[in-house]
Structures are given as C-alpha cells and as structure tokens.
Design a protein around this ligand. Structure first.
Ligand code: ADP
Ligand code: MG
Length: 427
C-alpha cells in the first residue's frame, strides 16, 4: 500500500495542493490497490483529481468516458495547463484525418477522453482494445441509469466496453446518490460484487427546502417576480418547457433589475456556452433553464434554485437543488406548485417514450424512423436501441416498464410537495 507521505508528496508536486478534499484519498488508495470503485461525491469535491492522481502516479493510461463536450474540453485544458501534454479528447468534433492520426498514436497518451457516441465506431473500439489500460473512468456515471436525470442510451454500451477491455480497474463517478441509480450503475457496468462504493453525505444543511402553492399561473408569476426582487442573486429557475422558460425569462428581465438569460437545448451550442460562462463570471444574475443546464457546473455562490414546474422525479430534484450553496452559505430550494403542473409533468413523462402504436409505425417504415430520429426524442431513442440490436418487442417491454416507473416517480415528487412533515426527513 502507498504510504500517506507519498500520497501527500505526489499531491503537492503534481497538483500543488496540500490537502485532499473529502473522499479523494479513500478513492485514490482504493484504486491504487487495484479495486474498482463507485465514488458518489458532491459536485466540486474534485472527483477528476482522483483519476488524474492515479494516472500521473502510476504512469498508466487512463481512459475517461465523459458525456459532455464542454466538460471534456475543460478537463483537457486543465491537464494541459498543469503541464500534462499526453492528453487527448476523442469526440465527434474531430475531423476524419485528426481522428485517424490520434488513433494511430493512441498508446502515447496518458489521459484519453472519450465521448460515449464514439463507442459506436468499430475502428475506435479496436484501437482502444490495443492499448495497455491502467484505469477506466466513467464520469457522470448516473447517465447510465434511466432513473437518473441525464440518461444517455450510449452509456448502456459501457458494460460491453469493459468486457472488451478485459474488465480493467474502473472508477464510476457521480454526484447523484440514490440507491436505485447506484445499483443500475453497478449492474450496467458489470462491476461485480467486489466493487466498493464510497459516498459522502448528500444532506446539505445550508439549503432550506420549501414548497409554495399558487392557484394559477398568473398568481405564480406574480409571486416569482416578488421573489427574485427580494432574494439575493445569483439564482437558477428550472422549467419543464422551453417555451415557458423563454417567456418567463423575458418577463423577469422586464420586471426586475436583474440580468436574466435563458438556457435550454433549443439554443445553439455557442449561445449556451456563452450564457454559462457569463453566469459563472457574474455578468448574468439569474438563469431560466431546463434540465439541460447544470451538469458539471461548479458555481459556488448560487443562492436559490426555484422550480417553476414540478421536477421530473426526486433524483433529478436533488441533483438540481444541489447546485445551490456550494460555498456552504444559506441558500434556498423552492418549488412553486399549482395544481395544473401535475398534468404537464404527466404528459411529459409519457410523451418522451414511444407508445406501442408509434413503435409499430416506426418498425414498418425504416425511412420514417431514420428521418424522425433526427427531430424527435422518442424516435431517436428507438433508433439508438435499434443500432444496439434491441428488438422491437424488447423495446416495447422496456418502454412500458419505464412508463410505469416514471409515473411512480411522479407520485413520489407529488408526495414530497404535499408532505406536512419535515421535507429533509422525507428526502
Ligand atoms: P467534481 O467533478 O467533483 O465536480 P472537479 O474535479 O471539477 O469536481 O474539481 C472541482 C475543483 O476542485 C477544481 O477546480 C479542482 O482543481 C479543485 N480541487 C480538486 N482537488 C482539490 C484539493 N485536494 N484541494 C483543493 N482544490 C482541489
Ligand atoms: Mg466532474
């Protein structure tokens, strides 16, 4: 086992830090001892340092699966800034020539970042199986679970990848801690029974949990204006609909002195990036967002997270409000609820998944399927599953199961909203 003294010496020398943050040392020691690990640590804990430490310490290649291009780019920049040149990001932004060049020289990199969609590329897979891998990292590993807030079908292939790579020592990283997501993660990644779960408490005592009910939309909007005029910024408001996200954003800009911007998947990537950077830099006070906003974002001083609509489930709610008060200062998590929100959330829960009738149409018309998979979320899901070799009857079973689960999750969040008892205890 590596001595404490050596660990601290390496931390100081490679990263310039004198202390480990909560959980880091435990994870690193475990990985250095050759044990696969699931690390559930709040955002901002320095999860990346865990594998960067192991890579630089052992000088063995680390392969990191990362779901977002922007996150990947940030990590690559950080490593380069600290003088590590053996870093590369394999994603769909690369030209064919650049990709070919990188793949031919893959063994010379210490850190290889990989976008999950690249797993569909047999050439990439072949190149990966050729290198001598020290550690496989799955960042934002909750994306593997349909229960998590950021499900990515491509992540479902990671179990197969592990197998192809000969079951290397693996580190699954996430800030989302529920049991259901964790067991999904372990099963999908085929982590086996010897895996160790290292988790830090998700209870965030400095976040005040509240729910306010309004009779209708007009009353809700009035209350929202009142709130953002009086609450300290910066803040974050979540919406389930892009259209309302934009509308309320305009309303709040007009009715307050704050600089408010909206953020959702309907905006061009460049705009989204700019909004995110300006929010981090303090030029924007308030963001109106859909669930597309937030993963990997580490802004310590967010004072409130308001949900204008009902959150999709308790898991995503915890993930979303966890973005408040990272600096430990008093913060607020508030759901603004009115009766009609329930119907909207129920509609969303059901419409994201294709019905049996839709499945049948898509099955009988491959052209239609290919075309609609570019525009429509549920057709895209069918397309992805097909690429993975899932049959239509299997899909139908999966979707119907998931519909039931989604409705149960909705019941749970409604119970949270309506509870008369302590909300913290409920969670
Ligand atoms: P996470 O992925 O858990 O959200 P990151 O890996 O992005 O967190 O790290 C968040 C920040 O914490 C980074 O700026 C990183 O440099 C910093 N950090 C990591 N480890 C330490 C440490 N031991 N001491 C001080 N700062 C650290
Ligand atoms: Mg991270």
């Amino acid at each position: 086992m590596v001595s404490e003294k050596e660990l601290y010496a390496h931390l100081k020398q490679e990263f310039g830090f004198t202390r480990f943050k909560a959980g880091q040392k435990q994870v690193i020691q475990r990985l250095l001892a050759g044990g696969s690990t699931v690390a559930i640590l709040p955002t901002g804990t320095g999860k990346s340092l865990c594998y960067q430490f192991v890579g630089t310490y052992t000088n063995q290649t680390v392969l990191i699966i990362s779901p977002l291009l922007s996150l990947m780019q940030d990590q690559v920049e950080q490593l380069r800034l600290k003088g590590e040149k053996r870093v590369v990001a394999l994603n769909s932004n690369l030209s064919y020539a650049a990709k070919k060049q990188i793949l031919a020289n893959l063994h010379q990199y210490l850190f290889i970042y990989l976008a999950p969609e690249m797993l569909n590329n047999p050439v990439v897979l072949a190149a990966l199986t050729d290198i001598d891998l020290g550690l496989l990292v799955v960042d934002e590993a909750h994306c593997i679970s349909a229960w998590g807030p950021d499900f990515r079908p491509d992540y479902l292939q990671l179990g197969k990848l592990r197998q192809k790579l000969g079951f290397p020592v693996t580190l699954a990283l996430t800030a989302t801690a529920t049991k259901r997501v964790t067991s999904d993660m372990m099963r999908s990644l085929k982590l086996g029974r010897k895996v160790k779960v290292i988790r830090n408490s998700v209870d965030r005592p400095n976040i005040f949990l509240a729910v306010e009910k309004s009779a209708d939309t007009q009353e809700k909007n009035q209350r929202l204006i009142q709130l953002i005029r009086s609450l300290p910024a910066p803040g974050l408001i979540y919406f389930s609909s892009k259209k309302q996200c934009d509308q309320i954003c305009a309303l709040l800009n007009a009715k307050s002195k704050l600089t408010v911007a909206s953020y959702h998947a309907g905006l061009p990537a460049g705009d989204r990036y700019a909004v995110q950077q300006q929010f981090l830099g303090g030029q924007i006070d308030l963001i109106c967002a859909t669930s597309a906003f937030g993963m990997g974002i580490n802004k310590p001083d967010i004072r409130y997270v308001i949900h204008y609509h009902l959150p999709e489930n308790l898991e995503s709610y915890l993930q979303e409000i966890g973005r408040a008060g990272r600096d430990g200062q008093q913060s607020l998590a508030l759901i603004l609820y009115s009766e009609q929100d329930r119907g909207l959330q129920q509609h969303l829960a059901l419409s994201a998944l294709p019905t049996n009738a839709e499945l049948e149409i898509l099955q009988n018309s491959p052209q239609l399927l290919e075309k609609s998979s570019q525009e429509n979320q549920s057709a895209q899901l069918v397309w992805r599953y097909m690429q993975m070799g899932v049959s239509f009857p299997q899909m139908s079973a999966v979707f119907s199961q998931r519909r039931t689960e989604k409705l149960q999750a909705l019941q749970q969040i409604l119970a949270y909203v309506n509870t008369q008892g302590c909300r913290r205890k409920f969670i």
